[in-house]
Design a protein around this ligand. Sequence first.
Ligand SMILES: *Cc1c(COP(=O)(O)O)cnc(C)c1O
Length: 405
Amino acid sequence: MSIADYERSERIQFDPDGYAQETLALRAGQHRSLEGEHSDPIYPTSSYVFSSAREAAARFGGDEAGNIYSRFTNPTVQFFEERIAAMEGGERAVATASGMAAILSTCLSLLQQGDHVVCSRSVFGSTVSLFDKYLSRTGISVSYVDPTDLESWRSGIRAETKMLFLETPSNPLAELTDVSALSEIAHEHGALLVVDNCFCTPILQQPLQQGADIVIHSATKYLDGQGRCVGGVVVGANKEMEEVYGFIRTGGACLSPFNAWVFLKGLETLKLRMDAHCRNALAMAQWLEQQPGIERVFYAGLESHPQHALASRQQKAFGGVLSFEVKGDQAAAWRFIDATRMISITGNLGDVKTTITHPSTTTHGRMSPEARAEAGIRDNLIRLSVGIEDLDDLKKDLQRGLAAI
Ligand SMILES: *Cc1c(COP(=O)(O)O)cnc(C)c1O
């Protein structure tokens, strides 16, 4: 069989059309080499060899498709891009060195001096720093709104608004935004709606199908799922992704092939892991809500959550992250955290191992006390990213925390 025949063979080139998401997670972006390997191959190479000087010139000139240099394209990275694009239902994905590189490249490639962004006030801390400290220097301005209130979004929009940016559900208080309603508002004003889908993953929510224009992921979290690598990805229509790709190719924040391979392996088990995360988190949230030492639990799967109906409509399940306030002050929250023995004290989330975090002194510690108060992040708040350990073992560990308040 010639290489051309081989490349046309359906057995090695998976056509994603018509397959369910569970199948896409395993098989989209599959391109076997002539070795016939079953697992996805890693191509750890910085550059590629041309068969002639003429071919090199044709590739550099853009007259012929093909690899040149791994900052531009790398097969393993492209497999990951194809798989995540299929799972989100987007035309194209561009992989990046981190979740923050995904946000940076989206903004710098699609916005310019004088443009304005309306952003949820409940987004990842580094996203706020990126907007306020660095994007502001380029003449791109950002204002912040209440993510749960469509009127607040509407009143934040100006003539020069080009982008609306949000996470839903938010971190750590699980505030939701109605993506389909907000997409109409964005499009009435000619603005792009960008959703950081890190908490839900395409398994629980596909924002592009609900009207969003661009989806961003920190692949570091659930897509990897086992806390091994830092990476990110942007998904959307070809038109916008061509701009994002151009920026990454030139700006250099590309994903390494090894990390792309880890994410490919992560995607294969994403559905199973998300099911287990969601099941454990719902059970933990319901259990915590009944404990006398707990003031309030924030989890959209609870009927007490003010946006439970929206969450049930917009998401397939409620995710693996919850937060709760202990009855007491910051010292009580720290005593709770320090009394646990198994659960990991770390700022990361989305890992198969349960992690516990004190947001106001770590992940959200750089916010001013006023901004924290406005966002509702109190000193007695604890965030739990619920893993897939045995539920009774998790409860036993949290009981140690409860006893220490
Ligand atoms: C972690 C995170 C990011 C940043 O991703 P990195 O991979 O750490 O750069 C962005 N958004 C959300 C919601 C996150 O949790």
